[in-house]
Design a protein around this ligand. Sequence first.
Ligand SMILES: Nc1nc2c(ncn2[C@@H]2O[C@H](COP(=O)(O)OP(=O)(O)OP(=O)(O)O)[C@@H](O)[C@H]2O)c(=O)[nH]1
Length: 212
Amino acid sequence: MTRYSGIILTGGASRRMGTDKALLELGGRPVLARLAEELGQLADSTIIACGPRQRLEYGSLGLLQVTDVYPGCGPLAGLHAALRHTRQDWNLVAACDLPFASAEFLRYMLTAHTESQMNTGSPGQSGGADAAVAVSREGRVQPLLGLYHKRVLPVLEAALDAGNYRFMDCLNKLDVLYVPESGFTSAAADTPSPVFNMNTPADYAAAAALVH
Ligand SMILES: Nc1nc2c(ncn2[C@@H]2O[C@H](COP(=O)(O)OP(=O)(O)OP(=O)(O)O)[C@@H](O)[C@H]2O)c(=O)[nH]1
């Protein structure tokens, strides 16, 4: 059975929100704690890819933390830093501004990934696509919710070394499975979209209204 590590990206500046998005509370808990619990359902252990200041602020949550090797270079650098430390080849990734990223949706993505491996005739722990990323119902690619194999590290590192921090440019160099949210149905009614993106105070208010 394939084993997974978990990665939560929190190292952004949260400029639009004006406060650290990872520590905002939804349903009485910080988003970071919610995501750690969701990833913890599937991953052996979870790493937070954070900034240096956050290491102290997140201490009480008791999660492993790493800081970026390429500071100030965006989420690509966060994924790079985390992949250098995770134990498993396959890594489940969620950004802290996707508060409704769920184990249930990630399981759906894993099933899609496994099926694609079988369809391409390359089943096995390291066969098939290098990554699987979510695509919203509106067709927007969300690279910060998905599955990445450690073998993507050299591609990430080359891009960071070259000063190209655009995530999509990296995805275009990888074998990526794009998993549409539209094929996903949650077992629970009224489940918020797993790719709901929370960047501004208005987004936070909308997210809070979705939590019962
Ligand atoms: N480790 C790490 N994570 C990052 C970095 N930049 C962004 N992230 C994370 O990636 C996700 C998406 O970030 P963005 O919304 O693009 O940027 P942000 O800095 O969080 O927010 P803004 O300052 O409002 O643009 C969030 O979970 C961020 O915490 C970075 O340089 N390092």
